[in-house]
Design a protein around this ligand. Structure first.
Ligand code: SPQ
Length: 735
């Protein structure tokens, strides 16, 4: 790519880039200058450079790329000394941590910054320095920020970009000013704090003891105080403005924490600590626009499931997703402390949890399914600092719409790619008739949703056109703040967890037939919640054990709320062998252990009354139908088309790939039972589709590969481990 590259300075960054250029064959010759004779000698000895100079002006003579890799404060002097020796076509770039002063130096030397000068900053490094510390892969999967100016040459920008990409870096572009503001906070401030803490402690009279007993925390926090002092000295002066502003913000934060400790304000201290604990994780997801958990990261995960196997044993699937969401919402809005056990630590419920933290609620956990919520009461939510990001979760967005419509502050809610396609007018429209000012996006009324605060809501009487627990719940929640009564009629029964839980929190909600009533102006009183295992997650094992030979599983502590048991009704109608054991009630929700054994399933016409009661279980029920003898017909389920994916089309496509005669219809599917074959199916990022096709392998003739499975973590974080333990031959690979 380059005939000759000249490095001015060969410290950690310069020598790493030189190594990377060598490794990638991007420079015919590499030359360098350094103030240190020893550095040049070492670089020549290890073959890093072809020629070395003590004077920068000599190094740049024949170069078509000059990399300024010395401390940033030397920029002006170096440019001054090399300016008459530069070729007219030379590209100049730098690697400094500050950009404003580098650009100012170039302006001072050249009048205007040369068009082929492309300022850059690789965000990589270590506390080690010097030519021997460099590594060819230092920039691999790190970010490099380039800050071109309005008049910068497009070809020069492209070449600098390509060089960094070849080093494995992700290249981002920003203005000079923005770069210096951002880096002041993310890099310069932490270094300043580390240097200052170590220096402060080192001055104390007890310093020896302090350093003798300093353990992990001190070591981790101060690791970067071992960085090169000259370099950081320069950076602190070079970005004085940005650093002072960042330090002021930080000082305010420390003062807040100190004041809370002095005042023994336990909630305030916990609030700061719990928010900080999860912030890094949360912001990573927000930036990536994903809903993926730590274990199932942003990579494309593929399930590879070998044919055969069976399911055996006692299994406890994770907590109910719908109930977990609601426990956070009502716990936050209640007065007092709510303790939750069995909480689903999946990304969807965590998104709700984060939203309430963002609105100032102190929430401890989750830890082993336990969460402690310090309720703030119905008037206690605070404006979040940013848009609320709810990842993949339709439940969070629709229920929160009701809550946020009644707050004193404005909010915006955003979600991941899948959620951003789902219809939100179904909740926005009735909320508007209650007096909410709420706006969805685009012709289809999808997220982001913007909600204006300070509106007085009034109760309405509303006949829901679609059977949706999310819409019903969003309106009931808005009804908590509305003047008068909110009366909702549903076209078919949908899950009633909100009604049950509101009653559990001491709020009067009445249900008469299909009509639910709530009156605003009351209060919620904290309570404890034991979340049962999620029947929607258990469904994969109900179907799996029904279709697999010699299967026998007991699914423990599963919620069998009558509004959720469609999957049991349908499997039984198909000839499934399911027995409810040990039926009991836990915190207002009926629960049982469910024994499921292999059965010879037959195709049926599914009763439309069961559709809303099994709405999330159809992906797995389609697999049951594919293994049944005869034809299964589903109608009245058009809602499946607007879930995390179009579950009718996506399941039909997968089944057809696997050799099953599946005919999608506008509101359902017609499936002829047959032999499931093998092949590659795509889940379209829909957790339930991924898990359904995994279970299908129990009766397949060959391996099933399922693409795009990371979102399984939204509802069932340990699915793979649990299923494998029970006998499914499942493996995960990173595609
Ligand atoms: O939260 P989300 O993404 O909408 O999740 C799903 C699911 O499959 O996990 C739907 F795709 O569950 C919904 C369910 O379909 C959860 C839910 C609830 O908790 O109130 C109600 C149902 O949705 P709807 O649209 O019928 O109200």
């Amino acid at each position: 790519m380059f005939n000759q590259v000249a490095f001015i300075g060969l410290g950690l960054i310069g020598s790493s880039l030189a190594r990377s250029l060598r490794a990638n064959g991007l420079a015919k010759t590499i030359v360098a200058s350094s103030r240190s004779e020893r550095t040049i000698r070492t670089a020549l000895e290890i073959g890093l450079i072809d020629e070395g100079f003590s004077d920068a002006a000599d190094a740049v003579k024949n170069a078509d790329l000059v990399v300024l890799a010395m401390p940033v404060c030397a920029t002006q002097a170096v440019l001054e000394s090399i300016k008459h020796n530069l070729k007219s076509t030379v590209i100049i770039t730098d690697v400094g941590s500050t950009k404003g002063n580098v650009v100012a130096a170039a302006e001072a030397v050249f009048g205007t910054v040369p068009a082929r000068f492309v300022p850059a900053h690789p965000i990589a490094g270590s506390e080690q320095s010097g030519v021997l510390a460099g590594k060819a892969n230092l920039f691999d999967r790190h970010k490099v920020i380039i800050t071109p100016l309005a008049h910068s040459d497009a070809d020069a920008i492209a070449q600098v970009q390509q060089m960094w990409q070849a080093a494995g870096a992700e290249v981002l572009t920003m203005t000079v000013q923005r770069h210096d503001e951002v880096l002041a906070k993310t890099s310069h401030l932490p270094h300043l704090l580390a240097f200052s803490l170590v220096d402060t402690l080192a001055r104390e009279s007890q310093n020896l003891d302090i350093f003798r007993y300093a353990a992990g925390g001190f070591r981790d926090f101060t690791r970067i105080a071992g960085s090169d002092p000259t370099m950081w000295h320069d950076i602190f002066f070079a970005n004085e403005h940005g650093i002072v502003a960042a330090l002021d913000g930080f000082s305010e934060g420390v003062a807040r924490l100190k004041a809370a400790i002095v005042a023994h304000d336990s909630d305030a201290v916990l609030g700061i600590l719990t928010r900080a604990q999860v912030a890094r994780h949360h912001f990573t997801h927000m930036l990536a626009g994903t809903a993926y958990s730590k274990t199932m990261n942003t990579k494309n995960l593929q399930f590879v499931v070998a044919a055969g196997g069976t399911l055996q044993g006692n299994l406890r699937v994770p907590g109910d997703k719908s109930i977990s969401h609601r426990s956070i919402m009502l716990g936050s809005l209640a007065e007092g402390i709510t303790e939750v056990t069995g909480f689903l630590e999946g990304e969807d419920a965590l998104a709700t949890l984060q939203a309430f933290r963002d609105m100032g609620v102190v929430i401890e956990g989750p830890k082993n399914g336990e969460v402690r919520i310090h309720g703030v009461g119905l008037q206690g939510l605070q404006a979040p600092p940013n848009a609320l990001y709810v990842g993949n979760s339709g439940t969070s967005m629709r229920l929160l719409s009701g809550i946020l419509s009644a707050q004193k502050f404005d909010t915006v809610m955003t979600g991941d790619a899948s959620l951003s396609k789902r219809p939100m007018e179904r909740i926005a429209k009735p909320l508007r008739s209650m007096g909410a000012v709420i706006q969805t996006t685009g012709e289809k009324g999808t997220p982001p949703i913007s909600i204006k605060g300070n509106q007085l809501l009034k109760g309405i009487t509303y006949a829901m056109p679609v059977a949706s627990a999310q819409v019903k719940s969003g309106l009931l929640l808005a009804g908590l703040w509305a003047e008068g009564e909110t009366v909702i009629t549903e076209p078919a029964p949908t899950r009633d967890h909100s009604e049950r839980m509101l009653r559990g929190f001491g709020y009067d909600v009445t249900t008469e037939g299909s009509t639910i009533r709530i009156r605003g102006g009351g209060k919620l009183t904290a309570t404890n919640i034991d979340v049962p295992a999620d029947i929607s997650s258990a469904a994969f094992f109900m179907v799996g054990a029904s279709i697999a030979p010699n299967a026998d599983v007991i699914l423990e502590h599963v919620g069998i709320n009558p509004t959720r048991i469609g999957v049991i009704n349908i499997l039984r109608a198909m000839g499934g062998d399911l027995t409810l054991l040990n039926e009991r009630e836990v915190g207002g929700e009926p629960v049982a252990d469910i024994r499921v054994r292999s059965a010879k399933l037959k195709g049926i016409r599914i009763d439309e009354a069961d559709v809303p009661l099994a709405i999330d279980e159809f992906p797995s029920l389609f697999i049951a139908a594919a293994c049944a003898e005869g034809t299964t017909v589903l109608t009245g389920a058009e809602e499946l088309r607007v879930k995390e994916s179009d579950r009718i089309q996506v399941m039909a496509d997968g089944l057809i790939t696997l050799g099953i005669d599946a005919q999608p219809t506008p509101d359902g599917m017609i499936i002829q039972g047959g032999q499931i074959g093998s092949g590659k199916v795509i889940s379209h990022g829909d957790h339930r589709i991924a898990m359904s096709f995994a279970i299908a392998a129990l009766r397949a003739s060959g391996t099933i590969e399922i693409e795009d499975c990371a979102n399984v973590a939204t509802s069932f974080p340990l699915f793979v481990e649990l299923a494998r333990g029970a006998g499914l031959k499942i493996n995960v690979v990173e595609a």
